[in-house]
Design a protein around this ligand. Structure first.
Ligand SMILES: [Zn+2]
Ligand SMILES: [Zn+2]
Length: 416
């Protein structure tokens, strides 16, 4: 029979790598808890319409990368390619705008895009992200950006670079887009077929194209930064000022537009020189029209999404050890009951405990303890049972002590 393999672009994650993932998830919870973010878990699949409306019909993601399928009742469903639209949907549907305050969410979970797999990029990939609703103050933008950069730094990632731009708003962007379209039409011959199509749709996305002709041509295009309305300009200035209060260095990147249609005002990306070509760690921005467009109140939003596979890459040397195991061994099967009871007591105390039930001799149990990298092996043999004690071997140093069972807890507190 043929061996069944995981689908292309997906992978299994297990020990010891899984410890890094658990460490990262714990770090996200602890860090964002300090800013009063609450976790939200939305379904893995949604109605396809959510993404075509929320992300934008013309985007690369919606046109080429979504896993869309019909269910048995002929509904069009899509595996989520990102999570902002779903968090907004959840907030609208569950009336969280009325029920919760502050409206700050983080999520951790898998996303799906039919993309070309490469290092650090998968078809099932994992993101964590945050969303803040109902606050349009530029200081919130700065706080969200600060938290992203600070969190990555605290994980031990260095050579962090923050790129910042403002992509305007419904007041100033349409006029700018007209100017941009004119400039793009004048250079149409140099643009790739994809970018030619973008001229009438969202010409901003030409700035994202990596084709040399497009990159070359777009260098002479007008920039949104020169066409912002007064409100956008003030907002952007205040974001930059707040970032300077927070000692967050940034680089103004006037061609940073982000791939999705819903961004307004602040847009940002964080990269690390540690990663080489695929260096983006996270990206985000403000999306003040999205909530209303998806049927919710006219309410501001800002957030970012970070690729966990990317964040894990520079953490190769992170020490995220597995559990420190106590291995309970018994000298003879007649002491198995004692061993089982000791294991239970130790687990009650919070220790990870392993016991081998195969009734093998002590030598083989010690071998097993080595194989599972136990920290200590606790032996109950004839002597120990008779004297109400236990022998403890430190598996790393090979040191051995024999102590009274009633002192075990004290001993573990000191030596574990
Ligand atoms: Zn504006
Ligand atoms: Zn192009």
């Amino acid at each position: 029979m043929n061996e069944i393999k995981a689908p292309k672009g997906t992978r299994d994650i297990f020990a010891p790598e899984i410890y890094k993932w658990q460490y990262l998830e714990g770090a996200i919870r602890a860090y964002y808890g300090k800013f009063l973010y609450q976790e939200i878990r939305t379904p893995i699949f949604e109605h396809s319409e959510l993404f075509s409306r929320g992300i934008g019909d013309e985007t690369e993601v919606v046109q080429k990368e979504m896993y869309t399928f019909k269910d048995k009742a002929d509904r069009s469903l899509t595996l989520r390619p990102e999570n902002t639209a779903a968090v907004v949907r959840a907030a609208i549907e569950n009336k969280l705008f009325e029920a919760m305050a502050p409206l700050r969410f983080y999520y951790i979970g898998p996303m799906f895009r039919y993309d070309k797999p490469q290092k650090g990029r998968y078809r099932q990939f994992h993101q964590f992200g945050v969303e803040v609703f109902a606050d349009d103050s530029p200081q919130v933008d700065a706080e969200v950006i600060f938290s992203a950069v600070d969190f990555l730094k605290k994980l031990g990632i260095d050579q962090i670079q923050l790129d910042l731009n403002s992509v305007g708003c419904p007041q100033c962007r349409p006029a700018y887009l007209q100017t941009l379209r004119q400039a793009a039409r004048a250079e149409e011959a140099r643009l790739c077929p994809d970018c030619r199509r973008k001229i009438d749709g969202n010409p901003l996305r030409i700035f994202d194209c990596k084709q040399p002709g497009c990159a070359e041509a777009s260098r002479s295009f007008p920039l949104i930064g020169d066409h912002l309305c007064a409100e956008c300009r003030d907002h952007f200035a205040a974001v930059r000022e707040t970032l300077s209060w927070m000692n967050v260095p940034f680089r103004l990147e006037p061609r940073l537009v982000r791939g999705l249609d819903y961004y307004t005002k602040t847009a940002f990306e964080v990269t690390s020189g540690q990663l080489g070509a695929q260096n983006a760690l996270l990206g985000g921005g403000r999306y003040n029209s999205l909530i209303h467009e998806l049927g919710g109140p006219d309410m501001a939003g800002i957030g970012f999404a970070a690729g966990r596979e990317r964040i894990i890459l520079p953490l190769e040397h992170l020490e995220a050890p597995g559990p420190k195991v106590l291995f309970v061994a018994y000298g003879d099967t007649q002491w198995l009951a004692h061993a089982v009871q000791l294991a239970e007591v130790l687990r009650e105390e919070g220790y990870p405990v392993y016991i081998d039930y195969q009734g093998r001799n002590l030598k083989k149990q010690f071998k097993k303890a080595d194989r599972i990298a136990a920290a200590f092996t606790l032996v109950l043999g004839d002597d120990e049972i008779k004297s109400g004690s236990v022998s403890i071997k430190n598996m790393a140093s090979q040191e051995q002590v024999k102590i009274s069972l009633k002192d075990l807890n004290e001993w573990l507190k000191k030596n574990y």
